[in-house]
Design a protein around this ligand. Structure first.
Ligand code: KG4
Ligand code: ZN
Length: 341
């Protein structure tokens, strides 16, 4: 089933074509440059930029695959969660396409789509095949969620963050350390040359269930940063790198420990790490070690599929369409808060 996927939930406008596990094309227009001067995503700016880009990425994705709308079997769009004004752009564009072409349209949960992002490949590559049940950790700028998966479409929530998402914690911590936005990659770069034991930071909710809490860590970093007068230090300062490394180590240890606990709890056969923060090398290594120690299959997307993209939306959408699930009526709404049930 050949499916066009569309994504506009946050600050990437994306379109992709997908068929039977394979990504035939994928186009992403990032708005990072527009938002970086504000230190975070500005919803109104995001919506306008999506409006300008959505038809272009769609046309580019079709062109890249050498296909036209008449070749498609279905349409998939991110229905939520995300910024409502941003979501509405691709949702309404997709509805227009559905009306014009008569193709079925399915609404996709963005977080679930991240969880399935390891199970797709480029033509010529093997598509990874999981054995269920799986534990999936989706860590991004907006979400930190642990799930049990008994099948591709059978999700049960195991835990989530009580305050900041892991990526949000990276972003806010980088901002308060004067490192710019988005913060994940720059913290990782700084941490690579720092000592993760230099500063003693707490491990919030470690060995206390499967929920997370990251907002306190950011406050601890701020206290250290201010008490040591670190403002204005050059980026290559050792103490700044040590602080970045200590922060990253705390986040990674908590995430890896909950992954391990969740895998034990459900008797998982495989472990998935996905979402923007899954691009973090220290986290990828830690999650891989958990899987290895427990003898589980480990799945994480290549770096290009960790961040927001429409291939994962088309991939989950294709599975939903095959089961007749999530079909969107023309009056269906975007779901800015859409918990995975
Ligand atoms: O999945 P994503 O592109 O968007 C959301 O759905 O939120 O994730 C973006 C998040 C940002 O918070 C960014 O700082 C974080 O992923 N991120 C990283 C790294 N690369 C991106 N966090 C830690 N280490 C990285 N290397
Ligand atoms: Zn995302």
């Amino acid at each position: 089933m050949l499916v066009l996927g569309l994504e506009s939930s946050c600050d990437e406008t994306a379109a992709a074509l997908y068929e039977d596990g394979l990504i035939l094309s994928s186009r992403i227009r990032s708005q990072v440059d527009l938002h970086s001067q504000y230190g975070g995503v500005v919803p109104e700016i995001a919506s306008r930029a999506h409006l300008e880009a959505v038809d272009l990425v769609c046309a580019e994705a079709l062109k890249e695959a050498g296909l036209s709308l008449s070749c498609l079997d279905g349409l998939a769009v991110t229905q939520g969660p995300g910024l409502v004004g941003a979501l509405l752009v691709a949702v309404n564009f997709a509805k227009g396409l559905a009306l014009a072409t008569g193709l079925p349209l399915t609404g996709v949960n963005h977080v679930k789509a991240h969880a399935l992002s390891p199970f797709m490949a480029r033509p010529g590559q093997a598509v990874p095949q999981p054995r269920f049940p799986l534990v999936a950790l989706v860590v991004s700028g907006g979400h930190t969620n642990l799930y049990r998966l008994d099948d591709y479409l059978a999700f049960s929530p195991l835990g989530s963050t009580r305050d900041d998402a892991a990526g949000e914690a990276f972003d806010k911590t980088a901002k308060l350390m004067g490192l710019g936005y988005p913060g994940g990659r720059v913290i990782e770069e700084m941490a690579a040359a720092g000592d993760p034991r230099a500063f003693e930071l707490s491990r919030p909710l470690l060995r206390q269930g499967l929920d997370f809490s990251f907002s306190g860590l950011k406050t601890q970093v701020l206290t250290i940063y201010q008490s040591r007068n670190m403002a204005g230090l050059p980026r290559d300062d050792k103490e700044l790198k040590d602080l970045a490394a200590s922060f990253q180590a705390a986040v990674v240890e908590v995430l890896a420990s909950k992954l391990e606990a969740a895998c034990h709890l459900i008797g998982a056969r495989g472990l998935v790490l996905a979402g923007g923060v899954a691009a973090n090398g220290a986290l990828r290594r830690a999650a891989g070690q958990v899987a290895e120690a427990l003898g589980l299959d480990f799945f994480t997307p290549p770096l290009a599929w960790c961040a927001d993209n429409a291939a994962m939306i088309a991939a989950l959408g294709a599975r939903q369409l095959a089961q007749g699930q999530g079909l969107m009526a023309l009056d269906a709404e975007a779901l800015p808060r859409w918990p995975v049930a």
